[in-house]
Design a protein around this ligand. Structure first.
Ligand code: AMP
Length: 270
């Protein structure tokens, strides 16, 4: 383990902190952080607080898992550049999202399936999933457990960049949702076999969503679903020739990654 001069070994260790909240076994909310060990206690508290306030559905079970991560295991990936596509309502947002995904090479069949899954709930048992769906070019689901999906985890923004980001966008985006989504999207876009992603929240009061890809960046749509709709989710469009299900799912779920902001200007259009 590499230890910076003047730092103790304890300082060099990082913690992956994961929270999942459920009600009657169904997913309510979750969160993932990757922080220097000294922030561990406050981040556990923050995620517990979020579990109880993030949703109108009060959880009846909250699990927080803390794993120690060696600092030299952590990879860095750049944040995707961001722009906002100004749309007036959800149907305009979805049409614009489709157009952008088409430009990135995603076929209509896969887009139709993704929009249908995110509208009616992608969980085969009904409702929302904890994780994301994987769709191949023909719109077939390829995640190994379609009830659970793929949960991108062990990821955060580099602390100095996170502090800048939160200061820069203070008041513009509520509850860090945009930051958290950008973190997940930037890790996922670093997988060569992921062509693109679409997401909107399952929170009935949060109607924005995005599409993202390594080639096109992160495109925000202020409207991607109707207000009041309690169903949302994430879909990754994969290229089956390049996506190695076992290797890439393991990377998304458990390789420690910090998202950096090499060019702050790349976020100015958000
Ligand atoms: P949120 O943006 O947190 O409201 O999440 C919207 C949907 O995305 C959830 O219902 C999950 O299906 C999915 N999701 C949330 N967090 C993750 C994650 N870390 N990895 C993969 N999918 C996620």
């Amino acid at each position: 383990m590499a230890v910076a001069r003047g730092a103790s070994i304890a300082d060099a260790a990082w913690l992956s902190v994961r929270m999942r909240a459920s009600r009657y076994g169904a997913h309510v909310s979750g969160g993932e952080r990757l922080v220097p060990r000294r922030y561990g206690a406050s981040v556990v508290l923050e995620l517990l607080t979020r579990a109880h306030h993030a949703s109108e559905r009060a959880p009846d079970a909250v699990t927080v898992t803390v794993d120690e991560i060696e600092s030299d295991m952590i990879r860095r990936v750049p944040a995707l550049p961001v722009r906002t596509a100004h749309v007036g309502d959800a149907s305009e947002g979805r049409a614009a999202a489709r157009k952008t995904l088409r430009e990135w090479g995603v076929g209509n069949a896969a887009i139709d399936t993704a929009l249908a899954l995110l509208t009616r709930g992608a969980n085969p048992d009904g409702g929302n999933m904890r994780g994301a769906c994987l769709l191949d070019a023909g719109g077939r689901r390829v995640e190994r457990d379609p009830r659970r999906g793929v949960r991108v985890s062990c990821v955060d923004m580099e602390p100095v960049d996170r502090a800048w980001f939160d200061g820069h966008f203070r008041g513009r985006f509520p509850e860090g949702r945009f930051r958290d989504a950008l973190i997940l999207a930037s890790k996922s876009a670093s997988v060569a076999g992921i062509v693109a992603e679409i997401c909107w929240s399952d929170d009935p009061g949060y109607v924005a969503g995005y599409v993202a890809s390594a080639q096109g960046g992160y495109v925000r749509f202020p409207h991607l679903k109707e207000r009041g709709a309690p169903i949302g989710g994430r879909v990754y469009f994969v290229d089956s020739d390049r996506f190695d299900n076992e290797r890439d799912t393991a990377y998304m779920e458990s390789t420690p990654v910090l998202v950096t902001i090499p060019r702050r200007a790349a976020l100015k259009e958000a």
